[in-house]
Each structure stands twice: as C-alpha cells, then as structure tokens.
Design a protein around this ligand. Structure first.
Ligand code: GDP
Ligand code: IMO
Ligand code: MG
Length: 428
C-alpha cells in the first residue's frame, strides 16, 4: 500500500515556523523532502533546549534513521550544504541519511556576486531585499538552460566545459556591466571539483528513490521553504523569491505526480511578518509591530534582519488556502499574542471606497488597499503549559475559531512556544 504524502507549506511571507512544525510531525514520517528554494531559507528547530537553523538540509535531519531528500527544485550552495553537514557531524547529530538530487542546480560563487550587484543596480526604493544567497541568478541560469547541476560536479570534463563558457559570460557581466572584478576560472573550477568529491556519496536519482519508497508504504513529508506570498508566480511579484513555494511546487521540485499528494498543511503564524521589501497591508510600524518583533524574536534566521510585523491578514490567508488546497492549518506563535489587551485581525480590504472580494495579485493595487480590522479581546494567561485546546483561555479559543470560520479550514496544530513539546495537537 502507498505511504502517506503530506505537504507542509508556508502560508504567508515565510518564517511561519515551518521547521518547527516539520520537526514536530516528523515522528510518523520516514522521508523528509525539500523541493524548492535554497539557502535563503532559515528553518529553526529546537530540540531538548538546543537550537538548530537549517538553510539547506531538511528539518528532519535530527531524527535518527530517517531519510532526508533535497529535490531537483532546490538550488544548492555546496559550501553551505557541506557546512551544515559538518556542523551536525561534529555534534554527533547527523543521524538521518541524506540524498541529493543530481538534477538540482548549483549556486555558484558568481551567482552570489550577481545577486548583490542586481540589488545595487535596482537602486533606492526598488530593491527586493534579497537574502544575497544567489538564488535569483541561479534560477535564471536554470531556466536559461545554462545552469550547472549537482551531477555535473562529478564529471570533470563536462564541468570544465560548462563552467568555462558560463564564466566567460559572467565575467563579462561582472566587469562590463557591474564594474566588479572577474572571477578566476581555476579557482572556481578547483572549488567545484572539491564539492563534487565531498558530496558524491549523497548524489542520486531522488525522484526514483522517493517514488519507490512511497510505493513501498513509506510516509513522506514535503517541506516547503519561503511562503505562498513569496511565490514567483502567485506572490507579490516582483517582491518575491524565484521559486514556487506553493504546494504544487512539491511535484515539480521532487519529481512526483500530483495524484500522490494526500494532504496539505499550511503553516500560519498567529500574526504576520515579512522580511525584505514589498506590500504588506497589515504592517504595523508603531508600538504593536515593535511589541510583536521583540516578543516573537522576529529577526531573520538567515540574515538577522529585523522582520516587519503586523496583524494576521485573513484576506491573504484565504488566498493561500485557495492556492495550496490547504486541508488544515498549523497555527504557530499563539503565545506571542499573550498580554495584548486587544487583537486585531484583517477581514477585508478597501480600495477606492469599495470592499475587495479577493486578494489582489497586482502589487500596484495591493499597495493601495486599506485593511478592515475586526478587534477581538486579548488574554493575559501564559499559554506555554497548554497541551489541549480546552486548556487555552476563552479569548484565545475565540481567536482560533474565528480564523477557522473565516478560512473554512480547521486548525489541527497550535504552537504555544518554540520547543517541540509546546504544541497542542487536535487533528492533522
Ligand atoms: P521557518 O522559516 O518557517 O521554519 O521559520 P523560522 O525558523 O525562520 O522562524 C520561526 C521562529 O519562531 C523560530 O525562531 C522558531 O523557534 C519560533 N517558533 C516557532 N513556533 C513557535 C511558537 O509556537 N511559539 C514561539 N514563541 N516561537 C515559535
Ligand atoms: P524561510 O524558508 C522569509 C525573501 C527575502 C526577499 C525575497 C527574495 O525561512 O521562510 P531571495 O534571496 O529569495 O531572492 O529573496 O524573499 N525571503 C524570505 N523571507 N523567509 C524566507 O525563507 C525567505 N527566503 C527569501 O527576504 O524579500
Ligand atoms: Mg525562516
């Protein structure tokens, strides 16, 4: 009998707590699979008081005897991957088996330079605020059919040929357009060969391994990176990342058919945050935003940048429910709202004296909307010890039920603290 295929995605602008939810659900999972993005992600997992931040490795790496797969849809910075692997090895925590798709593209050093250079070129007010990890330029090469794939690192002659023609072009761009020093072929080639040697044992046909495992009854959890509103097709373009974090991305990015997916869980933070530029209708640049940032520790897990904060946006969330086919919601960081007298939640947008029926995908419109808020009663009780829905204060239960009614999706998991055990599980 086929195993269960469960997709976990971010429903907002990333950093919803996906790593933590993946880790929590990991007990009943055999295989963890990352399907898009790259080291722009920062997924935090806290186990027995120790904190781990994964950028490339799937968040299941701490479970003994499980398989973690990095799919073809991920763009891999080998240096970062090797660093994360060594970090776990040094701590004796590399307990899972890692598989890396040979078809995943390699983030090369020139991609990182070009990422920065493009950002600078965009100028004030136009910057995306990327993580500088070379993500956009690497995906550009992939779609321009000139990228270097993980399997290419294992073939010195092919690598030489591909890298030399790539570097010729990149050096022209770096020097003539961006006025940056060129990169020396020998240095980059040597580095790439070394990466290949170190990573060879992990490189395999990930799609085949995953499909065979599913068919033999293994349970798979697909771990999305970033979030729905950062999706290159469906997010707040151009203020997005360069991949498809939505649930459908799991199929393309792992090489599985849509028909194998059994469920989709959207990870939703109890309020909203965003790193980098772009429209954010419910952003609070005053006291509330500051309160959420400090209480929620809202500083980027990858770049350390302060995250922009604001109230939960049900218009955007309903859009994410639709795009992802969400079966249930994992609501994180409810505890961060404790102590607020009132909690606001956005239930609609006004644009030119009209209430909008749905989330506008055009950023020029989204930038002009005024959010309509419903104000709800807050609570003061500490939630850290709550383990059942009934343990929560009435005001917190009302907040949860209101979200469920508005989205018509049930909340199956509630985070009441960052630790593994600080979780209320209903049904997921
Ligand atoms: P991800 O990118 O979606 O995996 O999320 P990040 O790891 O970037 O950011 C989520 C942050 O919130 C991390 O610091 C987590 O430890 C923390 N976190 C996750 N769930 C909860 C929760 O329920 N309560 C609190 N207080 N913190 C949480
Ligand atoms: P996780 O997986 C939050 C944002 C960047 C920037 C935009 C484009 O931890 O949720 P990129 O470097 O991808 O070209 O940057 O996307 N961004 C994220 N924001 N969480 C992330 O990942 C992000 N990954 C990229 O801040 O606005
Ligand atoms: Mg993150």
């Amino acid at each position: 009998m086929k195993g269960r295929a469960q997709v976990i995605i971010g429903a907002q602008w990333g950093d919803e707590g996906k790593g933590r939810v993946v880790d929590f659900l990991g007990k009943n999972v055999d295989i963890f699979a990352r399907y898009q993005g790259g080291a722009n992600a920062g997924h935090t997992v806290i186990v027995e008081g120790s904190k781990y931040v994964f950028h490339l490795l799937p968040s299941g790496m701490l479970y003994p005897c499980k398989v973690c797969i990095i799919g073809n849809g991920v763009v891999i910075d080998p240096e970062q991957l090797i660093y994360e692997l060594r970090m776990l090895q040094d701590q004796g925590k590399d307990r899972a088996r890692l598989v890396v798709s040979g078809a995943a593209h390699v983030v090369m050093p020139y991609h990182k330079l070009l990422d920065q250079a493009h950002e600078n070129f965009r100028g004030r007010g136009k910057k995306i605020g990327t993580t500088g990890r070379g993500i956009g330029p690497c995906y550009v090469d992939k779609y321009n059919r000139m990228g270097i794939r993980m399997e290419d690192l294992l073939d010195p002659d092919l690598l030489r040929e591909k890298l030399s023609s790539n570097l010729d072009l990149k050096n022209l761009q770096l020097t003539r357009i961006f006025n940056i020093e060129p990169m020396a072929f020998d240095e980059v080639y040597k580095k790439a060969l070394e990466w290949g040697k170190i990573l060879e044992p992990y490189i395999a046909d990930a799609s085949l391994i995953l499909n065979e495992a599913l068919n033999s009854g293994k349970n798979v959890l697909f771990e999305g990176a970033q979030g729905t509103l950062l999706d290159v097709d469906h997010g707040t373009y151009p203020f997005v990342t360069s991949s498809n974090p939505v649930s459908a991305g799991a199929c393309i990015g792992m090489g599985v058919a849509p028909t194998i997916i059994d469920s989709v869980t959207g990870v939703v933070k109890a309020y909203s945050t965003r790193v980098g530029s772009g429209p954010f209708p419910t952003e609070d640049e005053g006291e509330i935003g500051e309160y959420l940032r400090e209480k929620g520790g809202e500083y980027g897990a990858t770049t350390g940048r302060p995250r922009r904060c604001g109230w939960l946006d049900l218009v955007a969330l309903s859009y994410a429910v639709r795009l992802n086919g969400m079966d249930n919601i994992a609501l994180t960081k409810l505890d961060v709202l404790t102590g607020l007298e009132e909690i606001k939640v956005c239930t609609g947008y006004m644009l030119n004296d009209e209430v909008l029926g749905s989330f506008p995908t055009n950023v020029n419109l989204l930038e002009k909307v005024t959010p309509l808020f419903k104000t709800m009663k807050g609570w003061t009780e500490d939630l850290g010890a709550c383990r059942k829905f009934e343990d929560l204060p009435e005001a917190a239960r009302n907040y949860i039920e209101f979200i469920e009614e508005a989205t018509r999706v049930s909340i199956g998991l509630i985070g009441v603290g960052p630790q593994r055990e600080e979780t209320i599980i209903r049904e997921i």
